[in-house]
Design a protein around this ligand. Sequence first.
Ligand code: AMP
Length: 382
Amino acid sequence: MSVRPMLPGSTIGILGGGQLGRMIGLEARRMGYDVVCLDPTPDSPCGQIAREQIVAPFDDVGAARRLGKASDLIVYEFENIPFPVVEMLEQEFRLPQGSRILRISQHRGREKTALAEAGFPVAPFRLVGDAAGLRRAVHELGLPCVLKTCAGGYDGKGQMVLNAPPDLEAAAAELDAGPPLTGEWIVEKFVFFLCEASVIVARQETGQTTTYPVGENAHRANVLHSTVVPARIDRALQAEAEALGEDIADALGLVGLMAIELFVTPGGLIVNELAPRPHNSGHYTWDASVTSQFEQLLRATGGLPLGSTRLLTPVVMINILGEHVPAVLSGMPCFPDNVKVHLYGKRGAPAARRKMGHLNVLGGDPDAVLHWADRLYQGRAI
Ligand code: AMP
């Protein structure tokens, strides 16, 4: 199977103007592509570096068609794009990532069902639509559980941990009181993990795949805080995670790039979530890998050979949330020379918990780097 390669000089259309779009766009620019994007917020992070931003809501089919007409290749940078728009773009233009995996990953219920049916390890789960269903599911699974909305939740939004019967009753009351949810909740058995990890896999239309080294992720209040690469887990487990990533990419017919979030448990790996696009836990690749995840997405979708995923140096990625921005700016004159600062150009006052940038700290002992970041964010001397 041969795919027409998308050569520099062509225009990449990016659906979504956030930080992922910006980093895809910056890599595209470096490689000699032109960039247009579509996002409802004017002067979006990607819009700032694109030749043009189409400012329109994501459900505006006419605007999406304008993006399609301006582009030789379209990529999406996030999952929550209305399905009819993606379907139209897939039919009328070149959108190699396609709509299928997007549709699966837009809905936690579909995602977990697809993974379980294909034989991949996931936490036991049930789909529920009301309080009675929730009680039944929790009775079957046993406490503790995690209740999540199937659609729209991210970074822990729309999630409740049910540790004890009163938590179950509080959640049941919320389900009863809320708007009709048409069966759109998933209850999962709580997983007692040793650590969280992720593996990023790229796959071409031809079936060629490549994986990045496994990252070890730490979340704080459900938002990713740091990624340590290589992950400090057994080498055999790292190889298992990479193989799992490739198998999932093959099973789902991935074209493009996908992050697979994993729980590392004493009994082995459990898949938590898929993201069929560049991922926060792959931001380290920008400075520490031969090929960044953003370039790899362009290569995979553009029919170019996949780049090397070799790690050039151990690295720790630390997110900069809104509340960290003042400390980063005031501490920057004293940063060690191995710290690369990435800021996304988000306009307005930095809101708490909003992802504003990240640090890639190259080399060094991961624990010392994480300690350094904690001191920085606590406003202590670094
Ligand atoms: P998610 O939005 O599914 O990625 O979940 C956000 C975070 O919540 C994960 O990174 C975990 O730290 C935690 N989490 C989600 N599901 C579970 C689970 N079944 N068991 C334990 N922790 C979970």
